[in-house]
Design a protein around this ligand. Structure first.
Ligand SMILES: [Zn+2]
Length: 261
């Protein structure tokens, strides 16, 4: 109960002879006694002497809020403060018998400890499930990649490739170096080392500028296959080195030339 007035508390205590009206505990220092509102303020009870009764800490702590219940509480047989504590424990025991299976209070602590352990176990279990889920996802992803890889192999064998990139030709459903294969490296070298515009370079080899851009950005020449927006290792021979290809990509990027899609 809220302590609204020290003066009222003192008046009530004096009236009650500094004695808990439930268990008979007396404390003239008033440290361990309190004034209890018989009808709680939030239920419309008034902060007046007539609505106050002196109780010790323990009896006050376990005092019910509801005035009807409080009357019963005060009417209980009492043998000192211990009775209040025992009765309070009895109430808990009736409401939560699982806490008192072996009838000892330390059991409550054990139960609390094991319940926090249970939380940890649950957490561990959740983490484990999370890990398993991750692994399953990785497995599915790698399966998907393998499946893709299979399609890429088919693609690189020409099964899915309708046209061979410039410099290659399709023989027995495989990509193999074609008539112009030796020129591919030349084109890449020219672009990289000569200060020559894309337009001039494309004219030199008889391409459109877009056609030249397609060649300069085509992963097929380093034995890769671009499939479904991913790059896979192909089964066909490369026509240039990855180093040359990468240098050309860097130069294209520096010049702000974007690859055709
Ligand atoms: Zn008391």
């Amino acid at each position: 109960m809220p302590k609204r007035s020290r003066t009222l508390k003192l008046k009530a205590a004096k009236r009650d002879n500094f004695t808990c009206q439930k268990c008979g505990f007396q404390d003239k220092t008033m440290v361990k006694i309190e004034a209890h509102h018989i009808i709680p303020l939030y239920l419309g009870g008034k902060d007046e002497l007539d609505n106050l009764i002196t109780l010790c800490f323990d009896c006050h702590h376990y005092a019910p809020d509801k005035p009807g219940e409080f009357k019963d509480y005060m009417g209980d047989e009492m043998e000192g403060r211990l009775t209040t504590l025992i009765k309070a424990w009895e109430k808990v025991r009736n409401e939560q018998p699982e806490l008192f299976k072996e009838g000892s209070f330390s059991k409550v602590e054990k139960q609390q400890q094991s319940s926090s352990k249970m939380d940890k176990t649950e957490l561990t279990q959740l983490r484990k499930e999370n890990e398993e889920l991750k692994k399953e996802l990785e497995r599915l992803n790698s399966m998907r990649k393998n499946q893709m890889g299979g399609m890429v192999k088919k693609a690189s064998k020409g099964n899915l490739v309708t046209r061979a990139p410039w410099g290659y030709e399709i023989k027995n459903k495989m990509l193999v170096p074609g008539e112009h294969s030796y020129q591919v490296e030349e084109i890449f070298q020219d672009f990289l080392t000569k200060n020559i515009s894309l337009t001039k370079l494309s004219k030199k080899y008889g391409f459109s500028v877009n056609g030249l851009k397609k060649i300069l950005t085509n992963f097929t020449y380093i034995s890769k296959i671009k499939f479904n927006n991913q790059i896979f290792d192909g089964n066909h021979p490369p026509l240039i080195s990855s180093t040359l290809f990468n240098h050309v990509q860097n130069k294209l990027e520096k010049l702000g030339i974007k690859p055709n899609k």
